[in-house]
Design a protein around this ligand. Structure first.
Ligand SMILES: [Zn+2]
Length: 185
C-alpha cells in the first residue's frame, strides 16, 4: 500500500514535499510561517518540474525522517510543558499573602486564577486561626471573629457570617489585583 503510494509519482512528490515543509518549519521557528511556506512552495514547484526515480533508500529515509520529525515534536512539546510548569501565568500570581481584618491571610490560585485554599495565621505567633461565629446584637446575622488559641489575642470582628469570610477575602484580593495595588513597595 505504502509502496504503491510511493511509486505513484504525484503522491511521492507530495509526501516528500510534506517532509521538506515539516523540516523547514521545525528548523527555524523564528522565521514566520508565511515566509517558510513561500520558500517551501517555490521549492515544491521546482521539485514538480523534475522527474523522480524510485529508490529504496529514499523510502527508508522518508520513514526515518518522518519518525524523527514526530519524535522531535513530542520531545519539543514535553520540554515546553516542563519549562512552563513553574512559570507564573501572570505576575500577580506571586501575590499569595496579605493582611486582611488584622490577620495574616495566605492563599493559592486555582486553575481559573481565583484565590483558593485560604488560611489565616495569627500575626504575632503564626498559629493557624479559624473564623469563629460571633453573636452581635446590632447585626442580624452572626459575625466572625479571629481568636488565637495560642496567644489568646482576638482580632477585628468581620461583619459577615464565617461561611462568607472566604468570599470577602477573595473579593479583596481580586480588587487589589485589578487596581494593581497588591505590589509591595
Ligand atoms: Zn497568636
Amino acid at each position: 500500500m505504502i509502496m504503491k503510494i510511493w511509486k505513484d509519482a504525484v503522491w511521492s512528490k507530495i509526501i516528500s514535499v510534506g517532509i521538506l515543509l515539516a523540516i523547514g518549519i521545525i528548523s527555524d521557528h523564528y522565521i514566520s510561517w508565511w515566509e517558510k511556506l513561500k520558500i517551501n512552495l517555490s521549492k515544491f514547484i521546482l521539485y514538480l518540474n523534475q522527474t523522480v526515480e524510485f529508490e529504496y533508500w529514499k523510502f527508508y529515509l522518508l520513514i526515518l525522517g518522518t519518525s524523527l520529525f514526530f519524535l522531535l515534536i513530542i520531545i519539543f512539546s514535553i520540554l515546553k510543558e516542563k519549562s512552563n510548569y513553574n512559570k507564573l501565568k501572570y505576575p500577580w500570581e506571586q501575590y499569595t499573602t496579605d493582611t486582611f481584618f488584622g490577620v495574616e491571610c495566605h492563599w493559592e490560585y486555582s486553575y481559573n486564577s481565583t484565590p483558593t485554599n485560604i488560611h489565616y495565621l495569627c500575626p504575632s505567633c503564626h498559629y493557624e486561626l479559624y473564623p469563629q461565629s460571633h453573636y452581635n446584637v446590632r447585626y442580624t446575622d452572626s459575625t466572625t471573629i479571629f481568636k488565637c488559641e495560642n496567644c489568646k489575642k482576638t482580632y477585628e470582628e468581620v461583619l459577615t457570617n464565617p461561611r462568607y469570610v472566604e468570599n470577602k477575602i477573595i473579593l479583596k484580593v481580586q480588587q487589589k489585583i485589578r487596581t494593581n495595588s497588591w505590589k509591595k513597595e
